[in-house]
Write a protein that binds this ligand. Structure first.
Ligand code: KIV
Length: 264
C-alpha cells in the first residue's frame, strides 16, 4: 500500500517528520522507494538536472508525464507527486484541471504540485474538487525566476512574510493537502507550520517544517553547476563516477580491460 494523504496528515498530527525526495527515472525512483522515503516528487527540477536547462521553465507536460509514468512504474510504497510544469495551470482553471487529471489518469501519480498562492487559488479549488490531491508551493517558486530576478531568499520583509503566511492559509482553505516552503527564513516557516492543519515540507526553510524535501542530484553530489546553502551532500557520487570512467578509459587504452575473466 502506498503512502496516502491520510498518512501525510496523521504524520503531522503525531509530530512525525515527513520525508520527500525528487526522482525522475527507474534507478533513482527505485532506490528512493526502497529506502522508505514517504513521498517522491517528480519535480520540474528535471528540466535542470536531467535536461541541462538553466531554469525549470522549458520542461513540457509531455516530458513530465513521461518521467512520472516511469517513477510510478518503478515504485511500490511512496506517494508519487507530479509537479505541474510552467504554463500547464496558469492559463485557465479548465486547462489546470485537465492537465492535473492527465498526471493521475495517464501517469498514475497520486497528487500534483503547483507553485504560487493567491493567483492560483481557483485552480487549487477546482483540481481538489476533481478529487485530485494538491500540494502547494510558496516562498521561492522557481517558475517565477524571471519576475524574482534569480533564486533568492523570499519572505525577508514584513510585507513579503505577511503575504506568504496569508497565501498558506488560503491554499489550505481551498483544499491543499500540504505546502512546500522553499528558501524562506526558518522563523517564518515555523510560524506558518504552526498556523496550519496541513503539513509543510521545507527546502531551505529550516528545521521547524513538518517534513523536508531535497533534489536527489543535490543530496548525492551529482549536480555540479551550483550548490545552494541549504543542500547537504550526503555523498559525492560525481567524483566516484568520474573516477570509475577515467579508470575504464585508462584500462581500455592500456589493453588491460577486458581481462581473461571478462572474456569467453
Ligand atoms: O522541482 C522540484 O524539484 C521542486 C523541489 C525543489 C521542491 O519543486
Amino acid at each position: 500500500m502506498r503512502f496516502t494523504v491520510t498518512d501525510l496528515l496523521n504524520k503531522k498530527k503525531q509530530k512525525q517528520k515527513i520525508t520527500m525526495l525528487t526522482a525522475y527515472d527507474y534507478m533513482t525512483a527505485h532506490l528512493v522507494d526502497e529506502a522508505g522515503i514517504d513521498m517522491i516528487l517528480v519535480g520540474d527540477s528535471l528540466s535542470m538536472v536531467i535536461q541541462g536547462n538553466d531554469t525549470t521553465l522549458p520542461v513540457t507536460m509531455e516530458e513530465m508525464l513521461y518521467h512520472t509514468k516511469i517513477v510510478v512504474k518503478s515504485t511500490k510504497r511512496a506517494m508519487v507527486v507530479a509537479d505541474m510544469p510552467f504554463m500547464s495551470y496558469q492559463v485557465s482553471v479548465e486547462e489546470a484541471v485537465r492537465n492535473a487529471g492527465r498526471f493521475i489518469k495517464e501517469a498514475g501519480a497520486q497528487a500534483v504540485k503547483l507553485e504560487g498562492g493567491r493567483e492560483i487559488l481557483s485552480q487549487v479549488k477546482a483540481i481538489t474538487e476533481a478529487e485530485i490531491p494538491v500540494i502547494g508551493h510558496l516562498g521561492l517558486t522557481p517558475q517565477a525566476v524571471l519576475r524574482m530576478g534569480g533564486y533568492r531568499l523570499q519572505g525577508k520583509t514584513e510585507e513579503q512574510a505577511r503575504r506568504i503566511k496569508e497565501d498558506a492559509l488560503r491554499l489550505q482553505d481551498k483544499g491543499a493537502v500540504a505546502i512546500v516552503l522553499e528558501v524562506i527564513p526558518k522563523e517564518l516557516a515555523q510560524e506558518i507550520t504552526e498556523s496550519l492543519e496541513i503539513p509543510t515540507i521545507g527546502i531551505g526553510a529550516g528545521p521547524y517544517c513538518d517534513g523536508q524535501v531535497l533534489v536527489i542530484h543535490d543530496l548525492l553530489g551529482l549536480f555540479e553547476k551550483f550548490t545552494p546553502k541549504f543542500v547537504k551532500k550526503y555523498a559525492n557520487l560525481r567524483e566516484e563516477i568520474l573516477k570509475a570512467i577515467r579508470q575504464y578509459k585508462e584500462e581500455v587504452e592500456k589493453g588491460e580491460f577486458p581481462a581473461e575473466e571478462h572474456s569467453f
